[in-house]
Design a protein around this ligand. Sequence first.
Ligand SMILES: [Zn+2]
Length: 227
Amino acid sequence: MKCPHCKVEIACRCTVCPLCHVPFNNSEGALDAAKRLPRAFPPKGKAPFLATSRFDKIYLAVAANLAVLSFLLEFLITGRIKASVLIAALLFYIYFSIRFTIQHTGYFSQKVTAQTLALTLIIFFARRLMPRPMFVFEYLLPSLYILAMLIISIFILIKHKYPQHYLMNLLSIAALGLTPMLILIITKNCFYILSVYAAISAGIVILALFLFAWKNIRREFIRLFHL
Ligand SMILES: [Zn+2]
């Protein structure tokens, strides 16, 4: 169809002429004619409630495996399954909070990192409220860092084409992951399995990052700190 005002040829659906910006009105039938043309962009589809993304599949598979593993280990070692129920509940709670909140907009890994830092500060300063403050370094912070490393690693696996934006987030959480064990060593407390596990995972993550993504990390350091 042609614009009734400037006579430019119009090939897709619009209510205003892209050239002369005069809105079409129906006195000359232009609006109806324009509405019959194909759309310039496909309509924005609404994802069904139960639609799953790659994040859902990978996270749920890893979470289910971890939950089964912790049930098995705890039952074999202690004969009970109390702590594992908590771990499984936490894994699935985090899934739902990611699925229906932060996954819906951008800056996913930055948000996870910021949440981890904020929770670290809250837990660190609230530790005196606990009946046993060392509980924070033995269980809470290690679980937090393991979970955050897991979530960002899955995210990087999904967005593997442009990982450089997320590597620094993973590196900072891995560096934090080493701290609970170091604090427990310095304060001469006994090791607790979770802090050792967090430190080992953090070590593996740091090693893998420097082996496989050294160039990207160097570029990010230069970009961030203008070295
Ligand atoms: Zn026009």
